[in-house]
Design a protein around this ligand. Sequence first.
Ligand code: SF4
Ligand code: SF4
Length: 372
Amino acid sequence: MVNSDKALVSITRCSRYQYDELRNALLQLLAPFGGINALVSSGQKVLLKPNLLAAASPAEAVTTHPLVVKIIAELVIEAGGIAYIGDSPGSDSQEKAHQAAGYKKVMEDTGSKMLLLNAVSEVKVNGTEERIIPLAAELNQVDLIINLAKMKTHSLTGLTAAVKNVYGCIPGKHKKRFHMEHPLPLDFSRLVVDICLAVKPAFSIIDAVVAMEGVGPRRGKARQTGILLASGNPFALDAVAAEITGFMPEQVSTVAVARALKLPGSVLDDINLNDQLIDDYRIKNFDRGVVAAGKVSKLLANFPLAWFRNMLYARRPYPAIDGELCTGCGACVENCPLQIISFEGSIPDIDQYECIRCYCCQELCAEGAIQL
Ligand code: SF4
Ligand code: SF4
């Protein structure tokens, strides 16, 4: 086990989702922390919290791959723990999303159980500000949370990795309310950082064996990067994820907020990579999507005045529906936090005067019919 005052981030390679190769890579990833036995004690209830954005198949790279979830569940059980799998998706029922992502099969294979996140337990947190967070009450039933994130671009925060993944610990309707109350990326990311401080995942793993680039987090392109990352510190993990994908730290607004708060591990100098070189893991030509495109992002990164940055953020693009791709499923209508999308004939129509550009509709459209 490595001893250092710096936040330890482990990083390793795994070329594909093949059981033996992935299990060996995950064991190697956990080794600098003392292995799973240093994390999980006998009898402990452990929640595995994947990225379960929506009911999507593993091939779409929207959700944490089920083989990652399966192997970590096996390791938890081998250590004497009791494994649960749970997340509150942005759309679709929890049952349907678990089924589509392959987690129901993981439960059958490993004996792990589903933890439905429905009830609310209010938790006070003092992070970017003192506030009350409505976390899923069911989190109180477990002893620790292992955060199993997927590395994907994100139209609002730049990148979703370990920190943003905890947003799924907020039960359904409150997620929509928060999007409505915090439409600007920095405000939303302050909230997400506070949620992460409230959830306190004991350990985080990022599945980037196949990541998502481009128009993430729902309809980007799957990109094989062959990388796994892990840390007890989700802020350090995301600082490394932002670096290897080629983002400026300020472009990933959750990383920017963590740095502004001076959270341990939020800058690379505070991170111990266990003798690995970050240059060996940089992903060439990673398509960082809309947040990193164009000159505005450079201004956002470099301009010191928050009000000016927010003004630039306010010039973000509006969503538009492509009638050729739209199937009329109604998911955008149902999930718009402002309820400003309505059906005009067979294709929905967005009231752009009211739109706050939270991009929930674009995030949750399974057809890729909503473009920015
Ligand atoms: S835009 Fe997408 S989410 Fe909305 S109705 Fe069409 S297919 Fe469904
Ligand atoms: S139309 Fe889309 S981007 Fe606009 S407020 Fe509704 S969900 Fe958010």
